[in-house]
Every structure is written in structure tokens, then in C-alpha cells.
Design a protein around this ligand. Structure first.
Ligand SMILES: Cc1cc2nc3c(=O)[nH]c(=O)nc-3n(C[C@H](O)[C@H](O)[C@H](O)COP(=O)(O)O)c2cc1C
Length: 253
């Protein structure tokens, strides 16, 4: 990887190391150069061909640890995307033992991502088109987001529609989109609707990672608009088949 880009990646990781997620876990992030060495390169996973480097993180292997991991790692991914570096979340299809990272028995390398340069054949226009097609492979608004205890559809003119859109675009493992949100005045209540039987082959709560990513998409967008917020756990309404996770209260002006 170009020295200049490597420095950018390492600096983003160093900042993230000092942060914690909504449930106060921090993550030990790492960067590895994928140089050809005696044991060969780390690997090629599907469409990812010989990436110059990988990043990843170690966190306590609990549901809340995973939420915090998803939250912090997605912030890194979004910052790398802003720097025009290519990434891809890998939680299932990589070999953990390829990464020689020391950690405690209650911790796990939750996910990794290659970091590199996207195939240069893709023009900016194609990237934009890809974004649009990504939006099309998400569940419709009315399946994900609701207003109030009666869980009514979100009106087209709702002031927080833009923030819900940012949540809708969040990536998730196998694109399962297990997040649901109920809006109550200026509070976003997040729920996790798990996919039955999904993820049992991985020794961690992979859909909790999805939850953290979705929460980050809200917070990232609020910060862009310089809107302040607070996390809270209130256990508001019950939601059939979904587990309450946490709420985000948006401060008024
Ligand atoms: C926690 C997590 C784990 C993932 N693990 C893998 C993986 O192991 N292999 C893979 O090819 N993609 C993986 N992905 C990528 C998802 O399949 C992808 O983000 C999702 O299908 C949505 O794709 P899109 O954002 O391009 O629309 C993972 C994504 C997340 C959020």
C-alpha cells in the first residue's frame, strides 16, 4: 500500500483505538501489510484479489461488545471510503488463524476488512450507480421504520427521514438488515430482529455487529449535520419478534 495511504489508515485506527462504543467497550484495532512472506499472503476471499493490507479488531465476545465493534469499525470504514480507499466487511468468510493477533480467551477478532484500491476500471459514475443499486437491495422503509407505539408508517415528509435513509443504507451480514427503528418524538428506539438460525456457525453474535453499524450510520449523519445526541436505555414499547437495544435522543435546537 502506498506509504501516504498507509499512514492515513494507521492514523484513523489510532484515533478509533481511543474511542468506545455506545456500551462503553473499546476495540483493539490492527493493521497488517499483506506482503508476500514465507507463509504467503493472507488470502484471497472471493472477489477480493491480493489486497495490499487488512485491518481488523479484537473485542470482548459478548452481544454488547459486538454492537460496539460494529459501531466503531463502521466509522473507520466510512472514513476510509471518504479517503477513496476500498474496503469490504468480512465476518464469516475469512480464516481467523491467518491473523496472528494476541488476545484474551474472552475476546475475538470480530471482523476484518481488506483495504486497497478498488479496480480502476470503475469510474465515479459507476460507483454512483452502484450506490443506487445498493439502495435497491434494501428492505422498504415501511418494513424497517415506524412511528410511535402503534408503529405507523413514517410519513414522506417526516423531519428524520434523511437519518432513517442513512440507517437503511447500512451494510449487514448477508444483507439480512436485522435492525428496526421506532421513532417517538425526537428519539430513535433501536430493535434487533434476529434471523432464526442465522450465524450459529460463527462463534459470535454477528447480527449484533449489524446493529452497531446501523447505530453508527445514524450518529455519523447527525454529526455531519452538527446535531448533538444522547444514548439511553429506556425499554420503551415492545416490538413483536425483536429485542430492544438502545435509544438515541436527538437534541432540539
Ligand atoms: C458484519 C458483517 C459481516 C460480513 N461478512 C462478510 C463475509 O464474510 N464475506 C463477504 O463476502 N461479505 C461479508 N459482508 C458483506 C455483506 O454481505 C454486504 O455488506 C451486504 O450484503 C450488503 O451489501 P451492499 O452494501 O453492497 O449492498 C459482511 C457484512 C457485515 C456487515
Amino acid at each position: 500500500m502506498r506509504e501516504k495511504d498507509k499512514n492515513k489508515v494507521v492514523s484513523i485506527l489510532n484515533k478509533a483505538d481511543k474511542k468506545s462504543g455506545p456500551f462503553n467497550h473499546s476495540v483493539k484495532f490492527f493493521y497488517v501489510d499483506n506482503k508476500e512472506n514465507q507463509s504467503g499472503t493472507i488470502g484471497t476471499y472471493g472477489f477480493i484479489k491480493n489486497p495490499p493490507s487488512f485491518i481488523g479488531g479484537v473485542v470482548e465476545n459478548t452481544a454488547k461488545g459486538m454492537i460496539d465493534f460494529g459501531y466503531l469499525f463502521e466509522e473507520i470504514i466510512l472514513k476510509l471510503t471518504e479517503e477513496n480507499l476500498g474496503t469490504c466487511w468480512l465476518g464469516g468468510t475469512f480464516t481467523r488463524s491467518d491473523f496472528d493477533i494476541e488476545h484474551k480467551s474472552e475476546e475475538i477478532i470480530a471482523c476484518v476488512s481488506p483495504v486497497g484500491y478498488e479496480a480502476s476500471s470503475m469510474s465515479l459514475r459507476e460507483k454512483v450507480i452502484r450506490k443506487v443499486s445498493n439502495a435497491n437491495n434494501r428492505k422498504p422503509f415501511d418494513a424497517l421504520f415506524f412511528v410511535g407505539e402503534k408503529q405507523k408508517p413514517v410519513p414522506k415528509t417526516h423531519i428524520y427521514r434523511k437519518y432513517l435513509k442513512a440507517i437503511q443504507l447500512a451494510p449487514s451480514a448477508s444483507n439480512k438488515q436485522p435492525w428496526r427503528v421506532i421513532i417517538e418524538d425526537s428519539v430513535f428506539h433501536f430493535y434487533l430482529k434476529r434471523t432464526k438460525g442465522y450465524g450459529s456457525s460463527v462463534n459470535m453474535d454477528i447480527q449484533a455487529i449489524d446493529m452497531g453499524i446501523a447505530i453508527n450510520h445514524l450518529i455519523f449523519t447527525l454529526k455531519e449535520d452538527e446535531i448533538t445526541y444522547q444514548f439511553s436505555e429506556k425499554i420503551p414499547y415492545s416490538f413483536d419478534g425483536a429485542e430492544y437495544i438502545l435509544s438515541v435522543s436527538v437534541d432540539g435546537d
